[in-house]
Design a protein around this ligand. Structure first.
Ligand code: CTP
Ligand code: MN
Ligand code: MN
Length: 494
């Protein structure tokens, strides 16, 4: 309570013809949820009994009376009036205090049962209110304030993947993702107290980095023979963790070891090895735009009216990527069928493909049912490819000598490109599914399943409560149906 003597007691707002019997009790009646008529009635009643009731809120008020509001509602209303967080010096009272006082003909002493409870305020660093636990409930920008920490956690996530420990890998990725969503740089462990998804192990790593600048576990992992070899071997297009691990156990450490030992390689791996250097260089947005133009030309030549959209990291606003992803559809359902071989023919006819592997669409709602395949792979018609991209004239020559396989001329480079064709009716789901990030997608599916009893894939949304598929035209509708706030692509960088 503000000491009484500091309060200005104003009688001017009371009706001049009525005497104020209790000048130290200055009442404000909140109109919110009560309505102006009832408020006017209560004001007249109070004043007729000699109570001081003011029409506007000011710092001189001692008792705020409201009806059908929670203490938090009233406190928020007051904070908004004063433009600051008010001290808890004012009595926030239910209407019962007022009616009892009317009956008594004088202000009754304030008792606990009259008081509206206000929950303690979250302080600024206490982000439980701000940071929701599923990544798909949060906005995660591309640029954030905690790269040092997130890169460390993501290195441990990557290492866990190499050891085929998916649970551990996802745990590190979730922890990193929470830090990406924070609007400030973490400087003390205190700031993490109420954040979700930060397990004991992640906290230990963060603590070490905050105190020493680096984490010994992260650094020893980074420099370990296994991590480096697995990174180099899985960096070959067509080589997954299982194959790389087998090779590692056989003593292989790098792509050149594969050549020396004459390993049996499939077609993808051969291409991966041949274009290793190029494929491990970032693809720039400018290069993605050049490839966009080529794909657009190819698509409009073989199927006029088809629509094409840049997906993946570039749709989320990234400036570089490991590949370029496209989604293609046609507004007349069915016209998109068999499109991919035609696109491939067009590209191959112009010598633009260094490698391609095409798969047919194998999705059938009736047969596949609402359950998702275990690996979460979608069944669209698709093509994993490597493009031969001409370099603009001024960029060539300056690179020096290129490795033998790529030395044909430095007038071009190899770029990984993913092409996906979706029927129009599934386009919104495909768009959502191919925008990423991978963690964001994973969290969307987890949210749908665990919180909503729904099953989300890149083809469909099945609602187990209603036992039906949900038809939508846009990503916005999918978020809405899942009970999520819409997150634009540039804030899905979880
Ligand atoms: N995707 C998929 N099925 C695959 C491969 C990818 O559904 N077989 C989806 C991923 O879930 C992701 C998107 O396609 O949402 C893009 O994947 P990818 O190109 O691997 O990652 P990006 O986010 O684009 O990152 P980068 O910039 O490194 O390419
Ligand atoms: Mn990509
Ligand atoms: Mn891709």
């Amino acid at each position: 309570m503000i000491p009484l003597k500091r309060r200005k007691v104003s009688q001017t707002v009371n009706q001049p013809n009525q005497t104020c019997k209790f000048p130290h009790v200055s009442i404000f009646i909140l109109e919110r949820k009560m309505g102006s008529t009832r408020r006017a009635f209560l004001t007249r009643l109070g004043r007729s009994k000699g109570f001081l009731i003011t029409d506007t809120y000011s710092s001189s008020i001692t008792h705020v009376v409201s009806e059908n509001n929670t203490g938090d509602d009233v406190q928020t209303w007051i904070d908004n009036q004063t433009g600051q967080e008010s001290s808890s010096s004012v009595h926030l009272l239910g209407i019962i205090w007022f009616t009892e006082s009317m009956e008594a003909g004088q202000p009754v002493p304030v008792e606990d049962r009259h008081i509206l409870k206000v929950n303690p305020k979250q302080n600024v660093n206490d982000n439980t209110m701000l940071i929701k636990s599923y990544a798909c409930q949060r906005r995660t920008p591309l640029k954030h304030h905690n790269s040092l920490l997130t890169e460390a956690l993501e290195l441990l996530a990557e290492n866990a993947e190499y050891s085929d420990n998916e649970g551990r890998s996802v745990a590190f990725r979730r922890a990193a993702s929470v830090l990406k969503a924070l609007p400030y740089r973490v400087q003390t462990m205190d700031q993490l107290k109420c954040l979700p998804c930060l397990g004991e192990h992640s906290q230990r790593v963060i603590k070490e980095i905050l105190e020493d600048g680096t984490s010994s576990e992260v650094e020893s992992t980074r420099h370990s023979e296994q991590f480096q070899a697995m990174k180099a071997l899985t960096g070959i297009f067509g080589v997954g963790v299982k194959t790389a691990d087998r090779w590692f156990r056989e003593g292989l450490r790098s792509p050149s070891d594969l050549i020396c030992t004459g390993q049996q390689l499939n077609r993808a791996q051969q291409a991966g090895l041949q274009f290793y250097d190029d494929l491990n260089k970032h693809v720039t947005k400018a290069e993605a735009d050049m490839i966009s133009e080529i794909v657009k030309e190819a698509v409009s030549a073989v199927l006029p009216g088809a629509e094409i959209q840049l997906m993946g990291g570039f749709r989320r606003g990234k400036e570089v990527g490991h590949d370029v992803d496209f989604l293609i559809t046609h507004p007349e359902e069915g016209r998109e069928e068999g499109l991919m071989p035609k696109i491939i023919n067009w590209l191959e006819g112009r010598n633009l493909l260094l490698y391609q592997k095409w798969t047919r669409n194998s999705y059938l709602e009736k047969l596949d049912g609402p359950a998702r395949p275990a690996n979460n792979m979608d069944r669209f018609e698709r093509c994993f490819s490597i493009f031969k991209l001409d370099r603009p004239a001024e960029a060539t020559g300056s690179e020096g000598v290129r490795s033998s396989d790529q030395s044909e001329a430095s007038s071009w480079r190899a770029v990984r490109v993913d092409l996906v064709v979706s029927p129009y009716s599934q386009f919104a789901f495909a768009t959502l599914g191919w925008t990423g990030s991978k963690l964001f997608e994973r969290e969307l599916r987890r949210w749908a399943g665990q919180e909503k009893r729904m099953s989300l894939s890149s083809h469909a949304l099945y609602d187990s409560n209603q036992r039906c598929y949900v038809r939508v035209q846009s990503e916005e509708e999918i978020f809405a149906y899942l009970g999520l706030e819409f997150i634009p692509p540039c804030e899905r960088n979880a």
